[in-house]
Design a protein around this ligand. Structure first.
Ligand SMILES: Cc1ncc(COP(=O)(O)O)c(C=O)c1O
Length: 387
């Protein structure tokens, strides 16, 4: 009797689920507005990438799908391309999967905390919450459209041997970058403190400003882990493929946390074909960077809008007022274009973000924003007239 009442005082497993703090997270569900052009998720659509993907798919023997995937060939192709060893690479099902894996493998079991930019990819705070991983942030500095690197250094130095400094560079969602000198200094300081620097480089392909080479041989550096993806630069967000690059000892530890065969036969086949056509893919990256500069200049010229510098495949555009953001979003929606509203982040102010696309689509986006600016000016003029 006594034992039964003692058991009853503890919540049951299902009661604990219902009361869990995890319930505060939003479950992942991607909604698409039917028929709309999605410029909200920084995917990459380009005819050259679509042609290459089509070639790969038509050349995939259906019989291959009956076997479990092996990442050996793609790992070797990547290793050749990066001039590194296959042992320093680990394939994952998209970089999001790497966030899951790393927060599990480096989290509370090792007593580590994560030090990151105030704005980073949302999966980091979400997974940190799930794993009970402490997260400390260095602020976004709106005047400089940059992150406080000195604060990142200070936060990790206060936790020697127990901190993972976790950046996205170029940063998502802002498009801001740390300079190569900042990263070099950060990497050296992190190593001196016995900590680990994780750099999410999913937007690196689009960088046309100075790029951090990093320690020339990343695979030999014990305190640096780089994360890359095929979602953005290769236009394969739907295939789910990314990889980690670091010291073989760390990669070997992380491999034990990976799911068996995380990347499908189809995704591996697509990646191999695109890697073999690296020159064509690189030309697409140069085109995106040129279109970004063109779009940013045009958006910046619109009354009330300021284009923030970006090294990703997107441009964040600050509007003078909240009302102008709303008008911009409405005008874009009317044009059949969805973009990301960055206001809910509560950090950047009235900012919307436009993913890059082919110029005809970008022209439509600019026309919509221009319409919003005109409407706002007319409204403001009418208001001033009444005063
Ligand atoms: C900074 C950053 N990292 C990672 C991801 C996720 O990329 P993947 O498709 O490789 O999971 C995104 C997606 O938008 C991102 O912005």
């Amino acid at each position: 009797m006594k034992a039964a009442s003692a058991v009853r005082t503890r919540p049951t497993m299902l009661e604990a689920v219902a009361a869990s703090p995890v319930q505060a997270l939003r479950p992942y569900r991607r909604r698409r507005v039917p028929g709309a052009v999605n410029l909200a998720s920084n995917e990459l659509r380009h005819p050259v990438l679509e042609r290459l993907a089509g070639e790969a798919l038509s050349d995939l023997p259906a019989a291959d799908l009956a076997g479990y995937p092996s990442g050996t060939a793609v790992t070797r192709l990547l290793a050749d391309r990066l001039r590194t060893s296959p042992e320093s690479l680990l394939l994952v099902a998209g970089s999001d999967d790497a966030y899951r894996l790393l927060t599990e493998a480096l989290g509370p079991t090792l007593g580590a905390a994560a030090v990151t930019q105030q704005l980073n990819y949302q999966s980091l705070p979400d997974y940190a919450r799930l794993r009970g991983l402490e997260l400390l942030t260095a602020p976004y500095l709106p005047q400089r459209h940059a992150f406080d690197t000195a604060e990142l250094i200070r936060l990790q130095a206060a936790r020697p041997g127990r901190a993972v400094v976790w950046l996205s560079n170029p940063n998502g969602p802002t498009g801001a970058v740390h300079t190569p000198e900042e990263l070099e200094n950060l990497c050296a300081t992190v190593a001196a403190a016995g900590n680990l620097l994780v750099v999410d480089e999913v937007y690196r392909d689009f960088q046309d400003g100075p790029r951090w080479a990093g320690p020339a041989r990343t695979g030999h550096h014990r305190h640096l882990l780089r994360l890359r993806s095929f979602s953005k630069g290769y236009g394969l967000a739907g295939a789910r493929l990314g990889y980690l690059h670091g010291h073989p000892d760390l990669i070997s530890y992380l491999a034990r946390w990976n799911t068996p065969g995380p990347v499908s036969v189809t995704a591996l086949h697509l990646a191999a074909h695109l890697l073999r056509h690296g020159d064509e893919v690189a030309a697409v990256h140069r085109e995106v960077a040129a279109d970004r500069a063109w779009f940013a200049t045009a958006a910046d010229a619109l009354p009330g809008f300021t284009a923030l510098p970006s090294q990703g495949n997107f441009v964040a555009v600050r509007a003078g007022t909240d009302q102008l953001v709303r008008r911009g979003l409405d005008a874009l929606a009317e044009e059949g274009i969805t973009v990301r509203d960055l206001r809910p982040l509560g950090v950047m102010g009235p900012v919307l973000r436009v993913g890059m696309a082919q110029r005809p689509v970008l022209r439509r986006a600019l026309t919509a924003l221009s319409q919003a600016a005109d409407d706002q000016a007319t409204r403001d003029g009418a208001g001033a007239g009444r005063e």
